[in-house]
Design a binder for this molecule. Structure first.
Ligand code: AMP
Length: 597
């Protein structure tokens, strides 16, 4: 008998009902074992919340509005009923179950195979009008609880607390395979369904690396100061029992320092001999970036050894050899077609900083030093092949005559230095900022590449731009436990004799300080608008922020982004607070200048 969608949906309900990981894993393993291998392969995929395997580039492309239209039609619910059902759960799938329960006649259950066929049909049809009949058909033939999980799968949020890694563990448990071998095989092939069959037939070691399916990207943890960065590495060393290396001596070259570039993170796959010229670029969210950057695809098409590179796509100024601000790169995004003119005006390069696979093998488990060594030799072999001569437009843009045109490689290697001392790190940070980059990254030399992990092996140091001394001009009651106190402050800088607002902050102070300010502002209220009151400009605060943007929200024309109060500056007279000119200066010093609030 083929696997029923009803049984699948019931398993999902049970998974959602428990928070215990072990229980979930056992549930999945037991369920998979009851199915034929074909159905177990389908079920594993859908349990992981994916309509198609990673290697499969098909997408459903059926958005929430199309799905709700289909649901409204099948359930015959009016707008109000749809709204109520959606608000009750905040989830289209759960709303569908409610609305479809109200139907009189309940259809028979679907099979996993029928779901697979319908998903294929939806993906294959172009445009909402062509997709709609397939979605309607699915919803009409599904039982309410089945419809719930069909829609959850389509929306991409199963809400069962099951990640792909847990399904991998369950596959291992179901067929008594080694969990690490299962995980590795999935990473190699990018296909959960294929691995089900391999685990069941004990042939996991026959899995071979396939390119063109995205691997998770390794992430970095933030640090705010050089001291914090040094301390983190000290902690890591302590955890390894190597703390004595630190005592009284700084030469702990346990990490690499790289610039933190402000571009678009991308994973580049190229060099598959069986598909010559094929290049894929994946974003952080596994989307295809190739269409937005066709010149990178062209440049890497000539590479003939299989490789997966991790790096940053940057808008590049070949004349200075530096990255252009992120805003330049942004002009290249969100366009249907990238014109040649656009390509000439905003040249792009791929700044490589890691190598995940080459020569037919994944090298994630090799330490960074080894991956870096391989990366350097790969770039040395291919930087020439990815070299392009500047086109006329760029030359003019950068004020060069045609004679002065330079060639530049689309493949560049991120520069590195060994971390040794705090002073050196401090200098590296300043140098990176001078080059127009965001800050620095620190990467543990012995660390393996952990897809999707934000650990301590990679740190990012982006210090605050600067701090500003501002004066509070307005105070507002907070929310939650701060409902009774004036905890949100609008603040201003000086502009000649006037004060101009630049932001609003509500974090950074202790409860005692907020109480003190509440009492103060009650006394110094100018106008009381209920929740908000304007106050006499007397209290000076020092605020930190991530960046400054131009904004119509405040009368200064600027807004601080993510402002945090560092302290109350009772020592500072209002006459000495920062000026609008200073805000403008900070704004202009940013490598990237955000435009909108
Ligand atoms: P965040 O997005 O704030 O978590 O910072 C991590 C991001 O920094 C990565 O996703 C990359 O896009 C970016 N980045 C810039 N330069 C580097 C580098 N040298 N190594 C790793 N990530 C980098």
């Amino acid at each position: 008998m083929s696997g029923s969608l009803l049984q699948f949906a019931e398993v999902c309900d049970r998974l959602a009902a428990t928070t215990k990981k072990l229980e979930k894993r056992a549930l999945i393993a037991d369920y998979l074992r009851t199915l034929s291998l074909e159905d177990a392969a389908r079920a594993a995929l859908y349990l992981a919340g994916a309509p198609f395997p990673e290697t499969d580039r098909r997408t459903l492309n059926a958005g929430g509005s199309l799905l709700s239209r289909a649901l409204a039609e099948v359930s015959e619910a009016d707008r109000t009923a749809m709204h109520i059902a959606y608000r009750r759960h905040g989830d289209l799938g759960a709303a569908a179950q409610d609305l479809l329960e109200a139907r009189k006649d309940h259809p028979a259950s679907l099979t996993l195979k029928q779901l697979e066929d319908s998903l294929a049909a939806i993906a294959a049809s172009r445009g909402p009008a062509a997709k709609l009949p397939h979605i309607l058909h699915l919803l009409r033939t599904a039982q309410p609880v089945e419809a719930k999980y069909i829609l959850k799968l389509a929306v991409g949020d199963m809400r069962t607390g099951v990640k792909q890694s847990l399904v991998e563990e369950a596959i291992a448990a179901a067929w008594e395979a080694d969990p690490t071998a299962v995980r590795h095989a999935v990473m190699l092939t990018g296909s959960l369904p294929e691995i089900v069959a391999m685990a069941a037939t004990k042939t996991l070691d026959s899995a071979r690396m396939k390119l063109f399916h995205p691997l998770g990207l390794m992430l970095a943890s933030p640090v705010n100061s050089v001291e914090e960065a040094m301390k983190r590495f000290a902690e890591e060393l302590a955890a390894e029992g190597e703390v004595d290396l630190l005592i009284g001596q700084p030469p702990l070259s346990r990490a690499l320092i790289e610039d933190k570039y402000d571009g678009i993170r991308a994973q580049l796959h190229c060099g598959d001999c069986s598909q010559p010229g094929r290049v894929e670029l994946f974003s952080r969210s596994r989307e295809d970036l190739g269409e937005a950057f066709p010149e990178l695809v062209d440049a890497f098409a000539s590479i003939s050894e299989p490789a997966i590179l991790d790096g940053e796509i940057l808008a590049w100024n070949p004349a200075t050899g530096r990255a252009l601000p992120f805003s330049a790169l942004q002009q290249r995004l969100g366009r249907k077609r990238v014109t040649r003119e656009m390509q000439e005006q905003v040249p792009v390069i791929f700044m490589a900083f890691d190598l995940l696979a080459f020569d037919g093998n994944l090298i994630l488990d090799a330490p960074l030093t080894e991956r870096r060594r391989q990366l350097e030799s790969l770039v040395a072999r291919h930087a020439g092949a990815t070299q392009k001569f500047e086109q006329r437009g760029q030359a003019l843009l950068f004020g060069q005559s045609e004679d002065e045109q330079q060639s530049f490689s689309r493949l560049m290697l991120a520069g590195t230095t060994y971390l040794r001392t705090a002073a050196q790190l401090d200098r590296a940070y300043t140098d990176a900022r001078t080059r127009g980059n965001e800050g620095v990254m620190l990467k543990a030399l012995d660390s393996i590449y952990q897809p999707g992990k934000r650990g301590l092996a990679w740190l990012k140091l982006k210090r605050e731009l600067a701090t500003l001394d501002v004066v509070v001009t307005g105070a507002e009651f907070g929310h939650g436990k701060r409902a009774g106190v004036l905890s949100d402050y609008t603040f201003a800088v000086r502009d000649g004799e006037q004060l101009k607002n630049v932001g609003k902050a509500y974090s950074g102070l202790t409860d005692a300080e907020i109480d003190e300010l509440t009492a103060f502002f009650h006394e110094h209220t100018i106008e009381d608008f209920g929740g908000f009151r304007t106050v006499e400009p007397l209290k000076v605060l020092e605020v930190a922020f991530n960046n400054v943007m131009r904004s119509e929200r405040h009368d200064s024309g600027f807004a601080l982004r993510f402002p945090r109060i560092l302290r109350i500056r009772d020592d500072k007279p209002v006459a000495e607070i920062d000026t609008l000119a200073r805000v403008e200066e900070v704004y202009n010093a940013q490598p990237d200048k955000p435009q909108n609030a």
